[in-house]
Design a binder for this molecule. Structure first.
Ligand code: GDP
Ligand code: MG
Length: 297
């Protein structure tokens, strides 16, 4: 073909190269204990990243301060390797005085920025390891009322540092109407406090299908999720991931039952790269500029 230069193959080249290098992605989970954080991570990535509680030593159960723990796993799907790191924050919101629960979390996020900046400044920048937090799943207790002061404070302190993804935990404990009303109140609180949460981006030249998908995902925020690492049997005999109750089965992967599928789409299937890009281009860049200005550079 005359005049064909061949750069139309660039997306495939990028794809092949990143497939070979593998992907790094770091997600943080924050919320009071018992809200289902570990279970949801296991459900999202279909792995037992977190062992069932019984196998943990009792001393691991009750930390006296907010602890920051990270677990990594290499997972592979159709030849694509993903190095997934989950940063857990046990202890958040569990104390009598939670005024500064957010502080160690901000410090952790900033120290990851610091380590990235330090690597960028090295003579040899070949092997930069990106340990920055690309998304923060914030678990909201399913009270059905509105955000609590600790929720507002956390999000206000964190929204300029990390992609916030608010989640209504254990949505199976609320009725559909309660979920709808709770979501509206949470969104009103978020708007009132001018908190910036991660939005699925849309591009002008995108096709209708992609725009519809982005809108569909955006309409579910804050995602009302149900987690389960068990397979249960539905009344009609299907084996599904879900939670069994005397009145029936709540199916994790059923979009009529909860927003788990949409959350996974946001985090993994559609916007993982966007989350990484926004972290690098906006959140990290702003932090870096501020830091350098503060040092009088
Ligand atoms: P974490 O402390 O936030 O990590 O919470 P865990 O994942 O350890 O879960 C605490 C308890 O809640 C466990 O007994 C889970 O089985 C249960 N759980 C987890 N997710 C859900 C959910 O979506 N709905 C309900 N009803 N229970 C859940
Ligand atoms: Mg946990």
């Amino acid at each position: 073909l005359m005049g064909y230069v061949g750069f139309a193959n660039l997306p495939n080249q990028v794809h092949r190269k990143s497939v070979r290098k593998g992907f790094q992605f770091t997600a943080m989970v924050v919320g009071e204990s018992g809200l289902g954080k570990s279970t949801l991570i296991n459900t999202l990535f279909n792995t037992r990243l977190y062992p069932p509680k019984e196998t943990l030593p009792p001393s691991a159960e009750r930390p006296q301060t907010v602890a920051i723990e990270s677990i990594s796993a290499d997972i592979e799907e159709n030849g694509v390797r993903l190095r997934l790191t989950v940063v857990d924050t046990p202890g958040f919101g569990d104390f009598v005085n939670n005024d500064e629960s957010w502080k160690p979390i901000v410090e952790n996020i900033e120290s990851r920025f610091d380590s990235y900046l330090e690597q960028e400044n090295r003579v040899n920048r070949q092997k930069i390891v990106d340990n920055r937090v690309h998304a923060c799943l914030y678990f909201i207790q399913p009270t059905g009322h509105s955000l609590k002061p600790i929720d507002v404070e956390f999000m206000r302190q964190l929204h300029t540092k990390v992609n916030l993804i608010p989640i209504i935990a254990k949505a199976d404990t609320l009725t559909d109407e309660e979920v709808a009303e709770f979501k509206a109140r949470i969104l009103a609180d978020i708007a009132y406090h001018k908190i910036h949460i991660f939005q699925a981006p849309t591009y002008e030249n995108e096709d209708e299908e992609a725009i519809a998908e982005a809108e569909e995902i955006a309409s579910k925020i804050p995602f009302a999720v149900v987690g389960s690492d068990r397979v249960v049997k539905t009344p009609d005999g299907r084996q599904v991931r879900g939670r069994a109750y005397p009145w029936g089965v709540v199916e994790v992967d059923n979009e009529d039952h909860c927003d788990f599928v949409k959350l996974r789409q946001m985090l993994v299937r559609t916007y993982m790269e966007e989350l990484r890009e926004y972290t690098n281009d906006v959140l990290y860049e702003n932090w870096r500029t501020e830091k350098l200005l503060g040092m009088g550079v």
